[in-house]
Write a protein that binds this ligand. Structure first.
Ligand SMILES: NC(=O)c1ccc[n+]([C@@H]2O[C@H](COP(=O)([O-])OP(=O)(O)OC[C@H]3O[C@@H](n4cnc5c(N)ncnc54)[C@H](OP(=O)(O)O)[C@@H]3O)[C@@H](O)[C@H]2O)c1
Length: 258
């Protein structure tokens, strides 16, 4: 039986458990993917940089041919590598060719950094010959995101997203995105405020949000009709920046928490 799914902002469903293929030995890919399919896996997390898209593609093609699974029952993710930010369409087509697919379920920007182009799909090292990150300062992340959006209109990918973005880059992306990367709040059909309040409640913490707006009084009280999954609870916890908003050291000149 396939794993339960979560809905993305694009409206498509993503199976909640998938198989990541990073550091999977190329020779083992075919056997592992077929075993995973027989075990009920329907979601595979790939990347151009994992350098095994061709092996994954062969394994999937064989699974389709033998009737083990149908393409439309799978959720396939792959990722744009740093050196291909200036060549998004070509890189996506290269991944599709290697994976032997005509569309991706999800295409992610692997890291929020554009590095020197080394040839489409070659996933060159992020480091220059001098060992320093070889950043291509002519390409903005906004340009990359808009090229990702074009892939959706071209029908090459169903959903697009970001990976390894911190909270500031994520917020920046939300400001320029025509197609927004899926957020946890959207996934639950709730506002960000409701999500953080619910997070506190599920940690058995009492929450006392102040608001001067009546509509927000209602919003902040409507937090009992959903549950954040254990995995998403951890994701939110990982956002911790060890930052206190209430800092007596600033008001009284004495740091109570030193
Ligand atoms: N977007 C990104 O930048 C990014 C970054 C990291 C990872 N990922 C994705 O996430 C996937 C998983 O990440 P990951 O490989 O770093 O970490 P992981 O899946 O958390 O851990 C893999 C390790 O756990 C072991 N393991 C797996 N199941 C186990 C079990 N039931 N009991 C004990 N040990 C177990 C595996 O060993 P054996 O193989 O020996 O079982 C392997 O050493 C990757 O394949 C990739 O698709 C994405």
């Amino acid at each position: 039986m396939a794993a339960t799914a979560t809905k993305l902002s694009s409206g498509h469903e993503m199976p909640a458990v998938g198989l990541g293929v990073w550091r999977m030995d190329s020779a083992a890919v075919r056997g592992l993917i077929h075993s995973a399919l027989r075990a009920g896996y329907r979601h595979f997390d790939c990347a151009a940089d994992y350098k095994n898209e061709a092996e994954v593609g062969d394994a999937l093609a064989e699974a389709f041919e033998t009737g083990l699974v149908k393409r439309e029952d799978l959720f396939i993710t792959t990722k744009l590598w740093n050196s291909d930010h200036g060549h998004v369409v070509e890189a996506c087509k290269d991944s599709l060719k290697k994976l032997r697919l005509d569309y991706l379920d999800l295409y992610l920007i692997h890291f929020p950094v554009a590095t020197k182009h080394t040839g489409v799909g070659t996933t060159g090292s992020a480091l220059g010959d001098d060992g320093v990150l070889d950043i291509d300062t002519t390409i903005t992340l906004e340009t990359t995101w808009h090229a990702m959006e074009d892939l959706v209109s071209m029908g090459l990918v169903r959903s697009i997203g970001i990976s390894n973005y911190d909270i500031f880059l994520t917020r920046d992306c939300l400001a320029y995105a025509k197609i927004k990367p899926a957020s946890l709040a959207e996934k639950y059909g709730k506002t960000p405020a409701q999500l953080v309040l619910r997070w506190g409640l599920q940690r058995n913490t009492v929450v006392i949000p102040k608001t001067s707006k009546v509509e927000r009084l209602e919003e902040n009280f409507a937090v009992f009709d959903f549950d954040i999954s254990v995995e998403d609870m951890e994701k939110i916890k990982a956002l911790d920046r060890n930052y206190r908003t209430n800092q007596p050291a600033k008001f009284w000149g004495s740091n109570l928490y030193a």
